[in-house]
Design a protein around this ligand. Structure first.
Ligand code: SF4
Length: 516
């Protein structure tokens, strides 16, 4: 490490002490030796290092099975990379993969003994699992339509990829207090959900010496979960070439000043709450040198990054097809079909969005009728507007060690039931998580549902939920508000249906759920 760990004191939590003794990214040096021995030989104290390789030990934690997450900056994959991802799921996983809310993918039941060969296959196509978990920069997300979007100020992909490259495998920034999430987007509808990231670059303009520059504004300190915060805007304007320098400085501030005693206080949002934006900006400028003050914020709305249906690209004669993947779980055989479409009709490219869906770009308009009549679209209908298309959910207790409830099955049943009962002209976004965390973005959902620990009248444990309503990232954002009471799983569908009945009865013609 080339930096000095200035934060060391005698009250560091146990992860911090371990990270000082051994950098998380060195985990990759260990695998060849580790797998020569049975998984039972691996100490539980070592499990935190697996995270840096994108691995979580699944329960029961004695079986040597892992959740494995692959990093996909900006959500872009080539058809060849997608074929490799399909192959991983078929050979080592369970024949499906889950699209995550950070434009990546993850697998379950990955066997310990196969990890070195799996890493080799992933690296061979230019992808990695490095830093998809652990106390490090996570996947950098962006506008899923970057470069093809009529509603972006410019294509922010070069800035996004430069940020990704700066931090990838960089041991100056691999010992952070906890995870760190960055978004880079120039879409004017806030397609990358700026306010829920630790650091977000959003579209802005500024007139400097008689010339108007297109660039970025900066938000810091966002993050959802049990104590959610929306990111706050700093008084700076950046030209695209300044993005990496500022990203590096913000991450260094977090590394050097972020809290390391209690993990529940270790996110940037808590430091920012104590410092305020003025002190934060002062420290930032010490590291970057002078920056322009803020220009014009060009965000005008919020699309939630939704990309569904057949839509025109900004390139004449080309369209993309956005495919709804209910609950984000997709069979590898289905994913292969989308890779084939990209190879046959498109430009060998597929993208994942952060609403657990995918899109195939660069499709010629004169082939759209042929493409949309392919059998795969009988299973994945396009141009629909269903609860299933806009809902999201996390992994849940099927594979996640922290979950109180299952999620994928409950969400699927709930969304199907709502589709049978209602049809609204504007989507209502129902998001369900299995615990107080927000791996799916429950705090900004129209209807956010959180799994909780509960017991029935006989004191037996049951699956139950808390419901919150009215979340949005329109106009800077609004976190949803909890409705008092616990809802047992047995009546969850009825309760949500009743809630939506009130909305259906009371709303004005074109009013959204958030506005009601
Ligand atoms: Fe697990 Fe909770 Fe994240 Fe869901 S939100 S995947 S239950 S940690």
């Amino acid at each position: 490490m080339t930096y000095v760990a200035t934060w060391v004191d005698d009250k560091l939590n146990k992860n911090e002490i371990a990270k000082l003794a051994k950098d998380g990214l060195t985990v990759f040096d260990d695998f060849d030796e580790l797998v020569k021995h049975p998984f039972s030989d691996v100490s539980k104290d070592y499990f935190m290092y697996f995270k840096y390789a994108g691995l979580t030990v699944q329960k029961p934690q004695t079986d040597g099975l892992f959740m494995l997450r692959v990093k996909i900056p900006g959500g872009f994959v080539t058809a060849a990379q997608l074929r490799m991802l399909v192959g991983l799921g078929e050979t080592y996983g369970k024949g499906f993969l889950d699209i995550t809310t950070r434009q990546s993918v993850q697998y379950h039941n990955i066997p310990f003994a196969k990890l070195p060969e799996i890493f080799a296959k992933i690296e061979a196509v230019g992808l990695t699992t490095r830093g998809t978990e652990g106390d490090i920069n996570r996947n950098v997300i962006g506008n899923p339509l970057a470069g093809i979007d009529a509603r972006e100020l410019f294509d922010a992909t070069p800035a996004l990829m430069a940020v990704h490259q700066k931090f990838q495998g960089n041991t100056d920034y691999s010992n952070l207090p906890r995870k760190f999430k960055i978004s880079v987007s120039a879409n004017i509808d806030n397609a990358a959900n700026a306010e829920i990231n630790d650091l977000a670059f959003f579209p802005a303009t500024k007139a400097i010496n008689g010339r108007t520059y297109k660039g970025f504004g900066v938000k810091v300190g966002g993050g959802l979960g049990a104590k959610p915060y929306l990111a706050r805007t700093l008084d700076v304007f950046l030209k695209p070439a300044q993005v990496v320098k500022v990203a590096e400085a913000v991450v260094a501030i977090y590394r050097d000043f972020g809290y390391r005693r209690s993990r529940s206080k270790a996110r940037l949002k808590f430091l920012l709450e104590d410092w305020g934006t003025e002190q934060f900006t002062e420290e930032l400028l010490k590291r970057t040198g002078p920056l322009e003050t803020a220009g014009k914020n060009e965000l005008v709305g919020w699309s939630n990054g939704l990309i569904l249906g057949v839509q025109k690209q900004k390139q004449r004669g080309l369209s993309y097809v956005g495919v709804s993947v209910p609950t984000g779980r997709i069979l590898t055989e289905d994913l292969l079909k989308f890779a084939e479409i990209a190879e046959t009709y498109g430009q060998n490219e597929i993208r994942f969005d952060h609403s657990q869906n995918l899109l195939i770009p660069f499709l010629p308009n004169n082939k759209l009728a042929e493409i949309t009549s392919l059998a795969i679209f009988d299973k994945y209908p396009i141009n629909t507007s269903r609860f299933q298309d806009f809902g999201m959910t996390c992994t849940g207790n099927e594979y996640c060690n922290l979950a109180y409830t299952s999620t994928k099955d409950i969400t699927r049943d709930l969304l199907v039931a709502l589709d049978e009962s209602f049809q609204f002209e504007k989507p209502v976004r129902v998001i369900l998580t299995g615990c107080m965390n927000a791996c799916a973005h429950r705090n900004i959902a129209d209807i956010g549902i959180q799994g909780i620990a509960a017991r029935d009248q006989n004191k037996q444990p049951i699956e139950a939920f808390q419901i919150a309503i009215g979340g949005s990232l329109l106009a800077g954002g609004h976190l949803n508000e909890e409705i008092k009471g616990k809802v047992p799983k047995t009546v969850l569908i009825d309760v949500v249906r009743d809630l939506l009945k009130v909305y259906a009865d009371e709303k004005a013609a074109s009013e959204t759920f958030y506005e009601t």
